[in-house]
Design a protein around this ligand. Structure first.
Ligand SMILES: [Fe+2]
Length: 293
């Protein structure tokens, strides 16, 4: 019965998309992208990136960067449904870090690039040629109660990507700590080669790195019954390029120093996002997703 319901809902979604395409005359991918953005806008504070998406071009030309259009932040008040719009200069981002209300303003922290050239920079042939990998910076955009322009300040000089926070304590709150991957300052163009913990209150950062090592997304796991925001560990799958294998690194989140590592005899391909599950999660209860991007 559940399968039949799923099939009927899928068919209805397909037909709606088809009708929408016929009505508007736009491409399949473009229609899906527009529906997706409409859905996201309906629920969240969201960015409208200055990009056109189309399936009419070759796959590597689907994105058209149009910085002249700038950025629009669309803010939906979930209490009364009212909508506000803010503009700012163009930038590009894959990941939000967090957003929260303080006083009468909204603050949105984003791992930001000056433009979309990071997409081309991550193509295999560019990486193999040793072309530089661009750095994302941690920006805090302020959406003021009075005004229609969003401006930003830099929260750290360290670069940051694949950001994670303590979602249980800090999601949508005035938080203190963000974790991510980044680049050592003396090797700004290398593939991300360090882990970073940013104290966004103090505007300071701690880092972990090891020669020839390339870490993946740091997943914060709170200690049982923890009260402090950084009481727990940070997990990251790290490639040791010199040895040719990977290991699961466990850092103490507070001091950002190594607690343990578990090596495997081979490399583990890079991913984007990870998740920690407790025995209880795996025992049948639906896993509590802590956040994803
Ligand atoms: Fe992502």
């Amino acid at each position: 019965m559940a399968i039949l319901k799923h099939l009927l809902l899928s068919l209805r979604a397909f037909l709606r998309l088809k009708v929408y395409r016929l009505r508007t005359g736009i491409g399949w991918y473009e229609a899906k992208a527009m529906i997706f953005w409409d859905a996201v806008r309906a629920y969240l504070t969201q960015l409208s990136p200055p990009m056109n998406l189309s399936q009419r071009r070759k796959s590597d030309e689907n994105y058209q960067w149009q910085p002249g259009r700038g950025i629009r932040f669309i803010l939906v008040n979930k209490r009364d449904g009212s909508v506000r719009s803010y503009s700012s200069e163009a930038f590009f981002a894959f990941h939000h870090v967090n957003a929260f209300e303080k006083g009468s303003d909204i603050f949105v922290d984003i791992a930001s690039y000056t433009d979309s050239s990071i997409i081309e920079a991550l193509y295999f042939q560019r990486l193999r040629a040793g072309d530089p990998v661009h750095r994302a910076e941690l920006r805090r955009y302020r959406l003021p109660a009075n005004g229609a322009t969003a401006d930003y300040e830099l929260l750290t000089t360290e670069s940051i990507e694949l950001p994670r926070i303590n979602y249980r304590l800090s999601n949508a709150r005035d938080y203190r700590y963000a974790y991510g991957i980044g680049n050592r300052p003396d090797r700004p163009a290398d593939f991300p080669d360090q882990l970073v913990k940013v104290d966004v209150h103090e505007r300071s950062a701690k880092v972990w790195w090891q020669e020839n090592c390339y870490p993946g997304e740091p997943v914060f796991v709170p200690a049982p019954h923890s009260a402090a925001e950084d009481d727990g560990v940070v997990l990251s799958v790290v490639l040791d390029a010199a040895k040719g294998n990977s290991f699961l690194l466990v850092l103490d989140a507070a001091s950002f120093t190594e607690v343990a590592r578990a090596e495997v005899p081979h490399h583990i391909p890079f991913g984007f996002h990870g998740q920690f599950f407790t025995d209880q999660n795996l025992g049948g209860a639906s896993p509590a997703l802590q956040g994803w991007g």
